[in-house]
Design a protein around this ligand. Structure first.
Ligand code: ATP
Length: 238
């Protein structure tokens, strides 16, 4: 069986400057894939290429068996890829409910929306309690949960998250990752970019290490956690 997402030999450049080179990666339904690497390694560029926000120079991206490499972003969203960019961009003056419903814009079927709201509350129970509050009154961690939950409201088959734990109070990070695990357990594939390598490797089934635009290592997270290069470069183990 082919993977839900298959990236093959992808290259991306900005004004002739290579950001990604020969990148291949796979993600399956129901599993969490982590993308780790230093600042500028190309992690965000890879998510943006998959979303159709930057053009691939070479290589291909297949989703659910279809070639999407040159499709415009709006069509890729409709195929079932949701992208939650870095920086928890919620609509601050709108309520939690309205933020979530805005996420469902590609499918306004009321029964689907109701089911997705319930699934979002199952993943992030605090959002049910905050439903009528403005998003601006939530803590940073709660806003991040809202941003992720909003990403699930279109019923995506693949959810891409850029730095879900960045700037979040450490106490709330486990709640965010429990929610991400719940989203994956419901059958959605999750591809996440993290600087918080320890957390990402704990949460992910498989991981890819990017270095200056190339995949230098990939495999089951449990193996990468124990790898001396990963320990030295990312986990502070001498
Ligand atoms: P970070 O964690 O800092 O976001 P990253 O691993 O996500 O890093 P990218 O943001 O994908 O890395 O950047 C990869 C390379 O491409 C970097 O050298 C960066 O400076 C460059 N780059 C990214 N976006 C642009 C752009 N819009 N124009 C020009 N260069 C860019």
């Amino acid at each position: 069986m082919s993977a839900l997402l298959e990236v093959d030999s992808l290259a991306v450049a900005y004004d002739g400057m290579r950001a990604l080179q020969d990148v291949s990666l796979q993600a399956d339904a129901g599993s969490v894939v982590a993308l780790i690497g230093a600042n500028g390694a190309g992690k965000t560029s890879l998510l943006r290429a998959i979303s159709g926000l930057v053009r691939a120079q070479q290589g291909s991206i297949r989703f659910d068996g279809a070639e999407i490499t040159r499709e415009p972003a709006h069509r890729i969203v409709r195929r079932g890829i949701a992208h939650v960019p870095e920086g928890r961009r919620v609509f601050a003056s709108a309520t939690v409910r309205d933020n979530l419903l805005l996420g469902a814009y590609v499918d306004r079927d009321p029964a689907h929306r109701a089911a997705r709201l319930e699934a979002a509350f199952a993943a992030f129970p605090i959002l049910r309690e905050r439903l009528d509050q403005r998003a601006s009154t939530l803590s940073g961690g709660e806003q991040q949960m809202l941003a992720i939950a909003r990403g699930t409201m279109s019923g995506p088959r693949l959810l891409m998250l850029d730095e879900p734990s960045l700037g979040i109070a450490p106490l709330l990070i486990p709640q965010i990752y429990a929610g991400i695990a719940a989203v994956a357990a419901s059958g959605t594939g999750v591809l996440l970019v993290e600087q918080n390598v320890r957390e990402a490797l704990r949460a992910a089934h498989t991981a890819y290490v990017l270095q200056t635009g190339r995949v230098v290592m990939h495999g089951p997270s449990a193996e990468l956690i124990g790898h001396p290069l990963v320990q030295e470069a990312f986990l502070g183990v001498a």
